[in-house]
Design a protein around this ligand. Sequence first.
Ligand code: CP
Length: 346
Amino acid sequence: MHYDTDAPAPPGAGPFSSRSGTRHLLGLEGLPRETLLAILDDAERDLARLSTDRSPTDELRLLTVVIAMFEDSTRTRVSFQIAAKRLGATVSTFSSHGLSLSKGETLRDTLRIFEANGADVIVVRHASPGAAAYLAEQIDSAVVNAGDGMHEHPTQGLLDILTLRQVWGGRFDGRRIAIVGDVAHSRVARSAIFGLATLGVTVTLAGPATLMPAEVERLGCALARSVDEAMEGADAVMALRIQRERMEAGLLPSLSEYTRVWGVDAARVRRMKPDAVVLHPGPVNRGVELAPDVADGERSVILDQVANGVAVRCAVLRRCAGYPLAEGPGTSSPGRRAGGLTRGAA
Ligand code: CP
């Protein structure tokens, strides 16, 4: 099954809105700069509060959040669960295993079952590019894309950008990041590229030609011939996971060859600026795309990325619930059924 992401968007559709006015988050491509920064600001407020007070709030107590993972996940699933519970929502989590999809039910009908059970927000991960956008057109619940095949993973992109904002002291202009490895299969890279470009960050891509997207120039990034060239003088590097599960045979001669030519190791890290950092969206193939001493080293912000996940997802859930972030979630009265979503405004 493939959902066509190149199809024209329906009237009123956008990365954070829909025809019906429900607030979806489908991708970072086209997300306005002010919206992106408002989400980051809201996440920062959560981080500040969580540093002194870890008790749950009741901000979304009237909402039901369904987390539907049709592909494996650790970080995204756990952090959405914690975020929704922290905001007081009712939360239900599913994976494809154990659902009636195995009996022939369609994905659309499955999500309509969630909706009929009162789901206000559905967080969905699926192997098909465009699946979240397709579902957003089929149901009234707000849809959050938690990764759709090789297309986008917007909440990962947001937490990556939040991590960079922290280490860069809030300044994006004049910064450059190298994104290295399996760009072709990486929804994380695409979301990061779109979001970082919106904020004025220069992105340099490096990786084997077989692992670059067919129309890579359309992403608007600089292209380096080697990982050394990409990382030279950079402010950060993001190593990408080799996605063996999405690869056809023959894209790489061997993993050891890949590591030698494209792996991020300590010598290559020293090519960057002295305060440059190392990101990886996880899960890490240690010793393949990233050397273990770098993954655990002082330049690594991999666990900071993970730690920012809950706060970013709190901010996204609030926005999907229709709360105006700038005013704070307590100031808006939900407008749909028992505790639902404010409609008609994106
Ligand atoms: N980065 C990321 O999406 O991780 P998971 O697959 O563990 O959710």
